[in-house]
Design a protein around this ligand. Structure first.
Ligand SMILES: [Zn+2]
Ligand SMILES: [Zn+2]
Length: 349
């Protein structure tokens, strides 16, 4: 199937219109028209090869919402016309202990990334959601529950599951005390989801300007990390801190905020960390952990939870040809809180 998208042809070339083929349907494949695609920080990093593993041309996009246009002969979970979604991965081995547990994101043989990956059968590059059409095996195609606004659902597929999964892993619920570090695309979702799960939520920020936003998102308070007295007073007051800051930073000021056995979980790829003192780790049996997206079953659970609780990201809609401007603004953290591309704006030339 011929389709069009936006691709970067090298680390230094801007995204531009790109014609390519989507594969013919395999028996377990779902074909969809892409309606909306969220813009993730990692799209920018991978388009520019910041992490050193990009292959070109690259068609970014892994926060995808679409409508089914055709299904393979063996597909049972989805039918033509259904609203569906695809996140950061499109395949895994489906055989290892992690895949069998529904933790495909931790597949022993590595999951297949939605873009900048390799198809497990043909070895061809995978191309993401900055495109008109997509073909994905049914096991990695999620159902969008009724009642969710399709445009605003897109960012749930990366920003949503990346923050929901650690909240579930650390059993956050009523009575839990959660800190959220960084109030961007991921951070604002962490606040909404933690509030939805019934937790007491504190936004940690260097800027008092964020106070009104934090409260509007549902947080119980903002803790100014530059206010030494307030930070001291908040010692041992949190069970989990979700760290969404997308650049290298010092964790040391935040560790004393954790109660005994508390965990600071990092959800962004930021390279080497600043030097870490072991004292707060030992004294409070505290932990620093990492967490990547979530499994397919958990992603579906998150979508169903968001539909039930009416939780959606705050989005700014853009046209496909506004992508350069969106990347520039994202680099300056000038977005509240996630850009979403309206794919109807991408027309064949
Ligand atoms: Zn992402
Ligand atoms: Zn596996």
């Amino acid at each position: 199937m011929k389709t069009i998208g936006y691709a970067a042809s090298s680390a230094v070339s801007p995204l531009a219109p790109f014609s390519f083929e989507r594969r013919a349907l395999r028996p377990n494949d779902v074909a969809m028209e892409v309606l909306y695609c969220g813009i993730c920080h990692s799209d920018l990093h991978q388009a520019r090869n910041d992490w050193g593993w990009s292959t070109y041309p690259i068609v970014p996009g892994h926060e995808i919402v679409g409508r089914v246009t055709a299904v393979g002969s063996g597909v049972t979970r989805h039918k033509v016309g259904d609203a569906v979604a695809v996140g950061c991965m499109v395949d895994s081995c489906m055989e290892c202990d992690q895949c069998r547990k529904g933790e495909e994101q931790l597949c022993r043989r590595g999951n297949t990334q939605t873009y900048n990956g390799r198809d497990r059968i043909t070895g061809e590059p995978t191309y993401g959601g900055y495109s008109k059409h997509l073909v994905v095996r049914e096991e990695f195609t999620l159902s969008v529950p009724d009642g969710l606004d399709l445009a605003r659902t897109a960012p749930l597929l990366c920003a949503g599951i990346t923050t929901y999964s650690p909240l579930r892993t650390w059993n956050i619920g009523p009575g839990s005390r959660v800190g959220v570090l960084g109030l961007g695309g991921l951070g604002h979702m962490a606040v909404k989801l933690a509030v939805g799960l019934g937790a007491d939520v504190t936004v940690l920020s260097r800027s008092a300007d964020k106070q009104a936003d934090a409260l509007a998102l549902g947080a119980d308070r903002l803790l100014l990390s530059t206010d030494k007295a307030a930070m001291d007073k908040a010692a041992s007051s949190m069970d989990l801190i979700i760290d969404t800051v997308p650049v290298k930073h010092d964790l040391n000021p935040y560790m004393p905020l954790l109660d005994i056995d508390g965990t600071l979980v990092i959800v962004g790829q930021i390279g080497p960390m600043a030097e870490q003192s072991t004292v707060p780790l030992l004294l409070g049996r505290r932990r620093v952990a990492g967490s990547p997206i979530g499994g397919i079953a958990e992603t579906q659970e998150m979508l169903d939870f968001c539909a039930r609780m009416k939780i959606l990201p705050d989005c700014e809609m853009i046209r496909m040809d506004e992508i350069h401007h969106a990347f520039e603004r994202m680099e300056k953290a000038d977005v509240r809180y996630r850009f979403v591309i309206d794919m109807a704006s991408l027309k064949a030339e």
